[in-house]
Design a binder for this molecule. Structure first.
Ligand SMILES: Cc1cc2nc3c(=O)[nH]c(=O)nc-3n(C[C@H](O)[C@H](O)[C@H](O)COP(=O)(O)OP(=O)(O)OC[C@H]3O[C@@H](n4cnc5c(N)ncnc54)[C@H](O)[C@@H]3O)c2cc1C
Ligand SMILES: NC(=O)c1ccc[n+]([C@@H]2O[C@H](COP(=O)([O-])OP(=O)(O)OC[C@H]3O[C@@H](n4cnc5c(N)ncnc54)[C@H](O)[C@@H]3O)[C@@H](O)[C@H]2O)c1
Length: 480
């Protein structure tokens, strides 16, 4: 129990994605009376349409990549025809089965989370909520909008997430013009998928569908894919995409997408047209903050509609916190959870550490993956802080050679005149699993020498991290 008061603190959480889920569990853990209001399913978009299904799809794509690369490692697949001669088998993707699997997995994850909340004593209310005042939330509990429940609260956590942004000239039809939430509904592998938008979402789906054997065209409005990422990492990904046959159209803004029989036609700025079988619109998201009464109670939002929060997830109204994609912080599931927990701990007086945005670890699940944490090279180059950058290509790593991994690198960033590690990038298959060591180094302010002293297994991809740290040692030469 965080407090010694007799009266139970009442928390209402609006939205049951990672932000709301973690806020609700934290409240229950600290002995509060917690009600969670969710309109579609526990786990939110993260579990039902975004993280879980997309990463499950990517797991199938990774398996396809491994099979494709196995010939180089000396594996052969063949069957024998009636004449006894070896024949190459066809490797086909059963998209219906793959999609059924990922949706089943998402549903079961949602059910697990529902069960955990119930066990913790959280009251779950199905319905659509909006604020009546800074102490009351009203919930529409039927589809017609005639039944309402009302909940008084001491603290509220808003975690309503975001919805895929669409273009008025490219209206999704759920069949061939798709948002990523509709992509799992198709039953046959697209013969030619046009992906509009080369941010993280567009790049991940383009990479996965390419591995599944689809012809992919990536329409990027910027001069390179993944414009917000480390430039060397984005270069590697763009080269791998192109080498594997992806058609990358840079500096190409899509103006419209329309159906033409069994095809889609995407018109780019300047009039050029691209034809494909399907188009995925991946041009970002808009927060679900409209119509929930935030303006009525004085919760400040940005011009884009994101809720302004401080580093303990508190909004401009002191008893209202916000977590996740509806805030102006960072749209990641991991961040949503930490904001949810931090906000509730702050409200109930438990130990809180304000979130350091720069130390958030993230990963892009392309092939290869890009994992980043801490200060990045572009910030050093822009002079936001001094720093030294060291990049070690994976091609030098013995384990990478054994597996046939040619693309990728590790990049360490340390202080300019100090040996402290402040950031890093890993571009490698399963980079997401290698990043934790760097995150710990940054959180604990380890020096390159301390990091290099930690044992890495030989041969291992993580050995490249300690090698890079060793290379960044600042010589201590005694001139006396
Ligand atoms: C394709 C894709 C892949 C991604 N992959 C990753 C990844 O690998 N790792 C990662 O960290 N992040 C990833 N993200 C980002 C991640 O999905 C989001 O950061 C995360 O979903 C944010 O969680 P949230 O709790 O803020 O919102 P959500 O998960 O969107 O949940 C919000 C919930 O609120 C509910 N809600 C909204 N309004 C109301 C209302 N008025 N009343 C009741 N309920 C309401 C919604 O129904 C929803 O269930 C990905 C995003 C996309 C698009
Ligand atoms: N692996 C992960 O953790 C993961 C995966 C997906 C998304 N996310 C989160 O979601 C956030 C948003 O990513 P996102 O990719 O969905 O959105 P985004 O806003 O980052 O990218 C959308 C891209 O579409 C481009 N675009 C916009 N209109 C266009 C047009 N008409 N034609 C061509 N291109 C156009 C934009 O320039 C932009 O580069 C990420 O920053 C990340 O935090 C995380």
């Amino acid at each position: 129990m965080a407090t010694t008061f007799d009266r139970k603190h009442r928390i209402v959480v609006l939205g049951g994605g990672p932000g709301g889920y973690e806020a609700a569990l934290s409240g229950a853990q600290l002995g509060a009376d917690v009600t969670l209001i969710e309109r579609s399913g526990i786990g939110g978009s993260a579990v039902l349409t975004d993280v879980v299904p997309s990463k499950t799809l990517i797991a199938t794509a990774e398996a396809a990549n491994e099979i494709a690369g196995s010939g180089e490692l000396g594996l052969q697949f063949y069957t024998r025809g009636d004449d006894g001669k070896a024949q190459r088998p066809e490797i086909a993707v059963n998209l219906r089965k793959m999609n059924q699997r990922l949706l089943r997995l998402a549903r079961s994850q949602s059910d697990d989370m529902h069960g955990t909340l119930e066990e913790a004593g959280v009251r779950i209310v199905e319905g659509e909520g909006h604020f009546e005042s800074a102490s009351t939330l009203s919930v529409r509990t039927d589809a017609k909008g005639t039944d309402f429940d009302s909940f008084d609260f001491d603290t509220a956590v808003v975690s309503v997430g975001a919805t895929p942004r669409t273009l008025p000239t490219a209206k999704p039809d759920g069949e061939r013009i798709l948002t990523w939430t509709q992509l799992y509904g198709i039953s046959e592998l697209p013969s030619h998928l046009i992906v509009v938008g080369s941010g993280v979402t567009g790049a991940e789906f383009a990479s996965a569908y390419l591995a599944l054997g689809t012809k992919v065209t990536l329409v990027s409005s910027r001069d390179r894919v993944l414009p917000g990422e480390d430039a060397d990492a984005a270069d590697v990904i763009e080269n791998v995409f192109k080498r594997n046959g992806m058609n990358v159209l840079s500096k190409s803004r899509a103006e419209s997408a329309v159906r033409d029989g069994d095809e889609v036609v995407v018109t780019l700025e300047g009039g050029r047209q691209v034809r494909g079988s399907h188009v995925l619109i991946a041009v970002g998201s808009t927060p679900n903050t409209g119509g929930i009464g935030l303006d009525k109670i004085g919760v400040e939002t940005t011009a884009s509609g994101h809720i302004r929060v401080n580093r303990v997830a508190r909004t401009s109204v002191p008893n209202i916190y916000a977590a996740g994609d509806c805030t102006d912080f960072l749209p990641l599931a991991s961040v949503a959870s930490v904001q949810g927990r931090t906000g509730v701990f702050h409200a109930l007086g438990d130990e809180v550490r304000p979130i350091i945005r720069r130390n958030v670890a993230s990963n892009i699940f392309t092939y290869p993956e890009i994992a980043t944490v801490g200060w990045q090279q572009n910030a050093i180059e822009e002079g936001l802080r001094g720093g030294r950058v060291f990049k070690l290509p994976l091609a030098h790593n013995a384990r990478a050679k054994m597996h046939g991994f040619k693309d990728g690198f590790v990049k360490l960033i340390a202080g300019k005149d100090t040996p402290t590690i402040v950031g890093g990038v890993i571009v490698a298959p399963k980079a997401s699993e290698l990043l934790l060591a760097l995150s710990i180094a940054i959180e604990q302010r380890l020096t390159v020498d301390q990091f290099a002293r930690a044992w890495a297994v030989y041969p291992s991809l993580s050995g490249s991290l300690t090698d890079a740290a060793r290379a960044m040692h600042i010589p201590q030469i005694d001139n006396e």
